[in-house]
Every structure is written in structure tokens, then in C-alpha cells.
Design a protein around this ligand. Structure first.
Ligand SMILES: Cc1cc2nc3c(=O)[nH]c(=O)nc-3n(C[C@H](O)[C@H](O)[C@H](O)COP(=O)(O)OP(=O)(O)OC[C@H]3O[C@@H](n4cnc5c(N)ncnc54)[C@H](O)[C@@H]3O)c2cc1C
Ligand code: FES
Length: 255
């Protein structure tokens, strides 16, 4: 089925940490088809901001027809979303992108910052042994307790106020990755380090990339990244993050 643009209804909104919000939308037409790792384009009501804001799916409840979005206020668009209350109507297009492949071997899920929410959706969707490694700025460990319902969780914080001080790679090494598959979403330097670590150690690895987007459906080429292989349509080393991704096998893309 293709993506649809619908009028969703806000069911609830809560603040999880400073500037980080969890918003549940009633969006049955999208929830029915959605899978972990996909995203939606959320339109603002301010007509001076024409482009929708891409936000990953943190939760999908097919039975209730609901989507959960967890987002950080970054600018005017996400600030507007944070003011929505239950009952507000919002234009949403989705589901967009490809989602994570669900493998059946031991999984290590790595989320950094606002890359953590889509990993919770994956943690729920996987049906295998799984461990989460979550990287935060400080001790505001949003969503951590929800991950713990599905498996062990290691934490790294930039300021050392909780878990290991430093980056998620230290926590990954401590977990033992032999025979495992790595899934990761977070800032590009983190993904670059994980891609290199996976290549050095021969580990299967999938990364979810972010880029500023316009159409969100593969038409405008605003979101391309460099790929290893030549694209058959355009004959260049390009992949569209919105349509070919956002999830890629790590060796497929140059970051
Ligand atoms: C596939 C995808 C999934 C995403 N999922 C989430 C999510 O689950 N939760 C979440 O909080 N955010 C997510 N983002 C980022 C989110 O789309 C941006 O933060 C948002 O569009 C900013 O809009 P704004 O109007 O608030 O800020 P703007 O005023 O548009 O921008 C404010 C600041 O954010 C930066 N920014 C804008 N867009 C992006 C972007 N796409 N990537 C990185 N930086 C950006 C700008 O450079 C600027 O510094 C995702 C982005 C993509 C591409
Ligand atoms: S945003 Fe238009 S092609 Fe990706």
C-alpha cells in the first residue's frame, strides 16, 4: 500500500525531558501499514512553513490505530507541535521510508539522543534476544524504562551523570557483539563510528540516516546521501534517504 495524507487527531501529549515530547496520534490509515523504522511527515498549521517535518515512529498500535511520535523541539515547527493538546487535528503523511529489516539473531540496538525513539519501536517489533545501548546528553533518560521491558539496557551520557561517561561505542564493546546484528540511529558522527566498528569486526549493521527533507517521497532529491553502488535510474552514487532509506545496510552508504 502507498503512503496516505490524512487528518490525524492528537490523543495525548506529554513532556518526557527538557524539550522532548511524546505525542500520540489517532491515524488508523497509517498505523495499519506502518513498521518500525519508518517515519511520517507532519505539517505545521503556519502557512509560512510549507514543508512538513519528518518524525520517526516511536510506537505503532495497529489495534487502536495510533502512532506515537517522540521529538525534540528544534525550531518553530516542532515548537508548534509541542503546544498541541488532545483533540487537535493535524495533517500527517505516511508511512514513509523503508523501516528496519527484522533479523532473527541477537540484536544490539543503539540510539543516540533523538535517535532513541525509533529504536524503541524496533525493540518492541523484534522477536529475538535484544540489548539496547542508549546515549544521552545528561541524566534525563527519556524512554529508558520502556526499553527495559524488552531486554537489558546500557546507558552512556556525555556529561557522565548516568551510566558510562562517553560514547555508546564503549558500552557496545562491553556487551559482546559476536554473531549479533547492530541497528543504530543517532547523530552522524555516532553512526560513522558504528559503521567503522561493524566493518572492522565483520558485524552485520543497519543505520538509520537523517537529512533535511522537502517532499519526503523521493521526488525532489533534497535528501540524497552518497551510496557505494551507482543508482540504476540516475547513474550516480546517490540514495534518497526518504525513499531508499532512512534505513541502510551500513556498507551501502558513505557517511
Ligand atoms: C527521517 C527523519 C526522522 C526524524 N525523526 C525525528 C524524531 O523522531 N524526533 C525528532 O525530534 N526529530 C526527528 N527528525 C528531525 C526533525 O525532522 C527536525 O528536528 C525538524 O524537522 C525540525 O523542524 P523545526 O521546524 O522544529 O526546526 P527548523 O527551524 O526547521 O530547524 C531547527 C534546527 O534543526 C535542524 N534540522 C532541521 N531539520 C533537520 C533534520 N531533518 N535533521 C537534522 N537537523 C535538522 C536545523 O538545521 C536547525 O538547526 C527526523 C528527521 C528525519 C529526516
Ligand atoms: S525529500 Fe524529496 S527526495 Fe527525499
Amino acid at each position: 500500500m502507498a503512503q496516505v495524507k490524512i487528518e490525524a487527531v492528537v490523543k495525548s501529549q506529554e513532556m518526557l525531558a527538557d524539550g522532548v515530547y511524546s505525542m500520540v496520534l489517532s491515524a488508523p490509515e497509517i498505523a495499519r501499514q506502518a513498521k518500525a523504522g519508518q517515519f511520517v511527515s507532519v505539517y505545521t498549521k503556519d502557512s509560512s512553513r510549507l514543508l512538513p517535518r519528518p518524525i520517526s515512529l516511536c510506537g505503532i498500535d495497529k489495534e487502536k490505530g495510533e502512532l506515537r511520535l517522540v521529538y525534540r523541539v528544534a525550531g518553530a515547527g516542532t515548537e508548534e507541535f509541542s503546544r498541541y493538546e488532545a483533540g487537535e487535528k493535524v495533517q500527517v503523511m505516511g508511512p514513509l521510508g523503508n523501516g528496519f529489516p527484522l533479523k532473527e539473531k541477537k540484536a544490539i540496538l543503539i540510539g543516540g539522543g533523538i535517535g532513541i525513539p525509533p529504536m524503541l519501536g524496533l525493540m518492541k517489533a523484534l522477536d529475538c534476544e535484544r540489548t539496547a545501548v542508549l546515549g544521552y546528553r545528561d541524566s534525563q533518560l527519556f524512554l529508558k524504562d520502556e526499553f527495559e521491558a524488552f531486554g537489558p539496557v546500557s546507558v552512556a551520557t556525555e556529561d557522565g551523570s548516568a551510566g558510562t561517561k562517553g560514547n555508546v561505542l564503549d558500552a557496545i564493546r562491553a556487551n559482546g557483539v559476536e554473531g549479533a546484528v547492530i541497528y543504530a540511529c543517532g547523530p552522524t558522527p555516532m553512526l560513522r563510528a558504528i559503521k567503522a566498528y561493524a566493518a572492522e569486526n565483520g558485524i552485520e549493521c543497519y543505520i538509520s540516516l537523517e537529512e533535511r527533507m522537502a517532499c519526503g517521497i523521493g521526488a525532489c532529491l533534497a535528501c540524497v546521501c552518497q551510496s557505494k553502488e551507482v543508482d540504476h535510474h540516475s547513474n550516480v552514487h546517490n540514495k534518497r534517504i526518504c525513499k531508499d532509506g532512512p534505513v541502510f545496510a551500513a556498507e551501502e552508504v558513505e557517511i
